[in-house]
Design a protein around this ligand. Structure first.
Ligand code: F6R
Length: 645
């Protein structure tokens, strides 16, 4: 934790439960069309070697990774009878039931939750995959791009395959390379593999786990006489906080005694162990019915964490500890995806308003291919909760190749993005487990506001007094967000009124345009209701045709220079019979005459209004999703981080 940052508060009292669920589907249903490969990537990995019963550690760890989404699960454990595998399609409970029948006991094992890409979610396609003789077992996250070619060649050499997956080629390839040293066999096998992977292997004759990563994350957990491996930190927290984040191209041998790491060419590497400050409690639900709700309620202290120790009111400045000199920057390119991209759009408005620096904003998947004009006085800012989103990483790399300076605005410590940028601005949101991002968005907004303030001060475009006024307003935010959270009963009531709608429209102007985008994204992600967002002034250029008495229109109508213009848009909606849900500033009585429903948010500086305004939109999406019986934390087709293009 940086100096001055307060520790997280004790868990909030769980608020009242929402209305009972009605109808609707839950995630996992209606997916028979198959998963688009670009989303089916975030499987879970756990490995254990030590003195405990590996099966228990593996199941416990996989459960902590459930938020990543999966459709089958399996374990391989080295038992006194040899290496044994149990795997099942469906949820972990199906695997646990199978493990009651066939008990696997032993102090070494690997476990996996798979989200189908190559091959349907069946028992044979679940991981681990083994060689024909069952002596080697492998689990894999990612995609082996040249697997067809490898598979054909392996088959021609006599290997028999028992699944449709790309991953199984790894087991056979390792077997071919095996000359008594599993680590070397893995290293040799990977030389023939193209693609993205976190791969873990065990051999019946070895007291070790070997692992390697390229693109897909892998973390080694360090214990006393025991070691762990996982695709994400929450799986390790009950056992250890001391971890090594493997880097792209690392190959590791994990024994009870220690960890050996080499690069793919066999050169020894030293990777520093770090202490993660996430408590287990922080990574679990803390009494809330869903992670997403817990994370929405954590936003006041998240703001304190993000802002804490960085605001220097006396000087009218912020201390971000960045080496980067804003005077060396002539223009900024912001690249990110999804929610993080909307935080970036907010950053564009603020950087331009406060620092008068031209900002281009792109979703990363466009930026990386649009041949951007970049020079050495361009600062590329990549924003990411996970720090592993491949499009964001590639967008950043593209800018860097063209000579840009680079800054990462990131939540996950030690993630790939943090290692590839010149400077990192951590947002300190803590672990975000709900697939739909909420608290990370809040922290990103605060980080971008601070960055704009710093740039404005350094570039002389923002006066000390104006900066001090903004800082005072920033300091109020945690309390103001708390006030908004108290409105949940009213928001639940509004959700009840509109949850049967087929479509929603979200409108906002200026800094509230990203809020509108984010509100629509949250609603569609977790409720599966179609929602669109537009800058309010753009409505009459097309979307106005949609408006009738069945369309709820959420309008961000907080006080600010464009308030009157937004009111005019509300009138246009009303004139066509549309239903307006207004997010307005407390004390605005006028708006009651125009909108069917008003959700008041506290008065704050207009540039900071998005931080208080996004909260009712998050809660609205949440309440609607719960009413429709959706799987809030693991919405269908979505994964927490998207590490493939
Ligand atoms: C939305 C959501 C996604 C992510 C996006 C980027 O709720 O979670 O849109 O924001 O995939 O992820 P990160 O921030 O990890 O790069």
């Amino acid at each position: 934790m940086p100096p001055g940052v307060r520790p997280p508060r004790p868990p909030l009292e769980p608020p009242r439960e929402s209305q009972p669920r009605k109808g609707g589907t839950t995630a996992g249903e209606g997916q028979e069309g198959g998963f688009p490969p670009e989303r089916g990537f975030m499987c879970g990995i756990v490995g254990y070697i030590g003195f405990r019963n590996a099966t228990d550690v593996l199941i416990d760890g996989l459960r902590r990774l459930e938020y990543r989404g999966y459709d089958s699960a399996g374990v391989a454990v080295k038992t006194p009878q040899g290496l044994r595998v149990v795997k099942r399609s469906g949820k972990l409970s199906a695997l646990e039931a199978a493990l009651k029948e066939e008990k696997l006991e032993g102090p070494l094992g690997i476990g996996h939750t798979r989200w189908a890409t190559h091959g349907a979610p069946t028992d044979p396609n679940a991981h681990p995959h083994t060689t024909e003789d069952g002596r080697i077992a492998v689990i894999h996250n990612g995609i082996i791009e040249n697997y067809l070619e490898l598979k054909e060649a392996l088959k021609a050499r006599g290997h028999r395959f028992s699944s449709d997956t790309d991953s199984e080629v790894l087991a056979h390839l390792i077997e071919e390379k095996y000359r008594g040293d599993l680590f070397e066999a893995l290293r040799e096998a990977l030389k023939e593999v193209r693609g993205a992977y976190a791969v873990v292997a065990v051999h019946q004759d070895h007291e070790e786990i070997v692992a390697a990563r390229t693109v897909s994350p892998l973390v080694v957990g360090l214990g006393e006489g025991e070691h762990f491996l996982a695709s994400d930190v929450p799986a390790l927290l009950p056992y250890t906080r001391k971890v090594i984040f493997l880097h792209d191209g690392d190959v590791a041998r994990i024994t009870r005694e220690g960890v050996e790491i080499k690069d793919l060419s066999g050169n020894p590497l030293f990777r520093e162990a770090v202490e993660v400050d996430w408590s287990l409690e922080a990574a679990e639900k803390g009494g809330f019915p869903h992670y997403m709700l817990k994370e929405i309620y954590e936003q006041p202290w998240v703001l304190e964490n993000t802002l804490g120790g960085r605001l220097v009111e006396e000087e009218g400045d912020v201390d971000l500890g960045l080496e980067l000199d804003p005077l060396e920057v002539d223009r900024v390119h912001v690249v990110a995806c999804g929610t993080a991209a909307y935080a970036g759009l907010y950053g564009k408005y603020l950087l331009e308003a406060l620092a008068r620096v031209p900002v281009e904003w792109d979703v990363a998947s466009e930026y990386r291919y649009r041949d951007p004009v970049v020079d050495e006085r361009t600062l590329a800012i990549a924003i990411s909760q996970s720090g592993e989103t491949i499009d964001t990483l590639e967008g950043l790399r593209e800018a860097r190749r063209r000579g840009a300076r680079t800054l990462g605005v990131v939540n996950a410590k030690g993630s790939s993005l943090t290692r590839e940028v010149e400077a990192v601005l951590y947002i300190h949101a803590g672990p975000e487990i709900g697939v739909a991002s909420t608290k990370a968005y809040m922290a990103m907004l605060a980080a971008m506001a601070m960055l704009a303030l710093r740039f404005g001060r350094a570039r002389g475009t923002l006066g000390k007094e104006e900066a001090q006024a903004l800082i005072r307003e920033l300091k109020k935010l945690p309390r103001l967000v708390e006030e908004v959270l108290e409105k949940r009963p009213l928001i639940a009531h509004i959700a009840e009124k509109y949850h049967q709608a087929q479509d929603f429209l979200f409108l906002g102007r200026h800094v509230q345009v990203p809020t509108a985008y984010e509100g629509a994204l949250k609603l569609k992600e977790i409720s599966y209701i179609h929602a669109e967002a537009y800058p309010a002034g753009e409505m009459k250029h097309g979307p106005i045709a949609l408006i009738d008495e069945h369309l709820p229109v959420v309008v961000l109508a907080t006080q600010g220079p464009l308030y009157e213009k937004t009111l005019a848009n509300i009138q246009e909606v009303r004139a066509r019979g549309g239903k307006v849900i207004a997010i307005a500033t407390e004390g605005d009585e006028e708006i009651r005459k125009l909108a069917q429903d008003v959700l008041y948010v506290p008065q704050v500086h207009p540039l900071l209004a998005p931080m208080v305004s996004v909260v009712p939109l998050q809660l609205l999406a949440y309440e609607v999703a719960v009413l429709l019986g959706r799987d809030v934390d693991q919405p269908r087709n979505l994964a927490k981080s998207v590490t493939v293009e």
